[in-house]
Design a protein around this ligand. Structure first.
Ligand code: PMP
Length: 473
């Protein structure tokens, strides 16, 4: 048995596990590097330890100090556990949509957690990076980890992840696949592997479909921790310094659906419980493996465990509510409320008058019998967007009422012409909808709004039933 002299020594040395079942029928050997075996449960433990050690050496963090970071979770968990072990206070700013399991973990390690708005331009003071920076600036003894630009982040992987893979494959690795958040994992590991193999190892970035890294439109996504979304009001697109794009030979883009369903497959077919970005990387590795032969060895990074996502990707109800599963009973599901195929909803850009908004719809030939249009300010004119990107759902009636009172009034979807809406999966049973007759519904297919509908009727009157049976306890 291997003895580790402290918790910090239990970071790294993660195993490579051959994927026998998922790799069946594929010619190369595929190994998964199980980064959830790090003591804090993710690949980010390595970067957290490395960044804290570097800060100590540079005199930026000293006894009694506070570790601060804006993070979608895993870096915060790594920082919190290293801080706990070394006696620092830790304060983490996390997006409100972060999996509850990760928020609870942060608190379990004693971190103070501040949840911040999810979809905020990078330049806005409310953006998580700016909130964390402002907090650090105003707190004596505080050190901001800045994982996106901190060279100690990729350096951790150059010093440990890369050498481990090289050693454990006896120099036999030919392809390295990883998802990209800060880029620390892929850049540091690739730097080592490229050098060790004299440039022979091919480096593949597995990227969520909408991520800007791989050429996507920057739209919001479901996998947490990887990919690069771009808020439409962001003034510039700043890529992390930790991400050395020169080292990437190829991007493979993976949809949210494929990421999530691949993670679920890994649990059920391989017995390997992995997170969403692991699903992204694994889906890319499997796609890549189809092009390769027996002479190749693929290593794919599994950044964290599915235990962090039991209430989301692995929860059947969640899957249905986000439109990722096919309706069990199509005739009784939300899909049956739609007049036609769910092919996307007309989108109105910001910055118009109400009169122009109507003209715009007419110009685009929008079907005026649709229950609603969506307002957001990305350039797309028709399409399927993530509900987080929508500032309002707008009905023709509300636009007509506004234009009657003042055609030159600014089109102000959230304030005036918008109507509240509920997001429901296309496979959600109509009987399960909230009891608001006529409510506007944004219908999700694969997590994106692909149609709008109205709830046709109020559900059964359950007000006479005992409270517990209505789920109120
Ligand atoms: N997957 C998950 C679940 C993560 O939390 C992260 C870190 N944000 C990554 C992948 C990407 O790692 P890196 O920041 O090293 O690119």
């Amino acid at each position: 048995m291997t003895v580790r002299e402290s918790v910090l020594d239990a970071i790294g040395y993660t195993p490579l596990v051959r994927l026998r079942r998922l790799g069946e029928g594929l010619r190369p050997t595929i190994y998964a590097k199980l980064e959830f075996q790090n003591i804090g449960g993710s690949v980010k433990d390595r970067a957290a330890l490395s960044m804290i050690r570097a800060a100590e050496q540079e005199g930026l963090l000293s006894p009694g100090g506070t570790v601060v970071e804006g993070t979608s979770g895993n870096t915060g968990i790594g920082l919190a556990l290293v801080a706990a072990h070394l006696g620092y206070r830790s304060v983490v700013f996390a997006p409100a949509a972060t999996a509850t399991e990760k928020i609870r973990l942060l608190r379990a390690y004693g971190a103070e957690v501040h949840l911040v708005g999810d979809y905020v331009p990078r330049s806005h003071p409310g953006h998580l990076a700016n909130r964390a920076a402002a907090f650090a600036a105003g707190t004596p003894g505080a050190w901001l980890a800045r994982q996106y630009d901190n060279p100690a982040n990729p350096a951790a992987h150059e010093a440990s992840t890369g050498p481990e893979i090289w050693r454990d494959t006896a120099g036999g690795i030919t392809h390295f696949v990883a998802s990209v958040g800060t880029g620390g994992t892929i850049s540091g590991t690739a730097k080592f592997l490229k050098k060790a193999s004299s440039g022979a190892v091919q480096v593949v970035a597995a990227d969520p479909d909408h991520s800007v890294y791989g050429g996507g439109d920057g739209g919001a996504k479901y996998v947490e921790g990887a990919g690069h979304a771009l808020h439409p009001e962001s003034l510039e697109d700043v890529w992390p310094e930790a991400f050395d794009t020169v080292l990437v030979d190829r991007y493979i883009r993976i949809t949210d659906r494929d990421s999530i369903l691949t993670a679920r497959r890994a649990a059920r077919e391989e017995g390997l419980l992995i997170g969403g970005t692991s699903g992204t990387a694994l889906a890319a590795a499997l796609r890549l493996a189809e092009e390769l032969d027996e002479s190749h060895t693929v290593v794919v990074i599994i950044p964290d465990s599915g235990r962090n996502y039991l209430s989301t990707y692995f929860d059947d109800e969640w899957l249905t509510s986000a439109g990722f599963s096919d309706p069990a009973e199509p005739a009784l599901s939300v899909g049956s409320l739609l007049p036609g195929p769910a092919a996307g909803v007309p989108i109105l850009p910001a910055g118009l008058t109400v009169g122009e908004a109507i003209q715009e719809l007419v110009r685009r030939g929008a079907d005026c019998s649709l229950p609603a249009f969506l307002a957001l300010d990305r350039g797309t004119s028709f399409g399927a967007v993530h509900p987080r990107e929508v500032s309002a759902a707008v009905t023709l009636r509300s636009l007509a009422a506004a234009v009657e009172s003042n055609p030159r009034a600014a089109f102000s979807p959230a304030a005036q012409q918008g109507e509240p809406f509920a997001s429901v999966g296309i496979g959600t049973a109509v009987a399960d909808l909230a009891q608001h007759p006529g409510q506007l519904l944004a219908v999700l297919v694969d997590g994106r709004i692909a149609a709008t509908a109205r709830q046709p009727f109020a559900g059964p009157d359950r007000s006479q039933e005992p409270a517990a049976s209505r789920g109120i306890i």
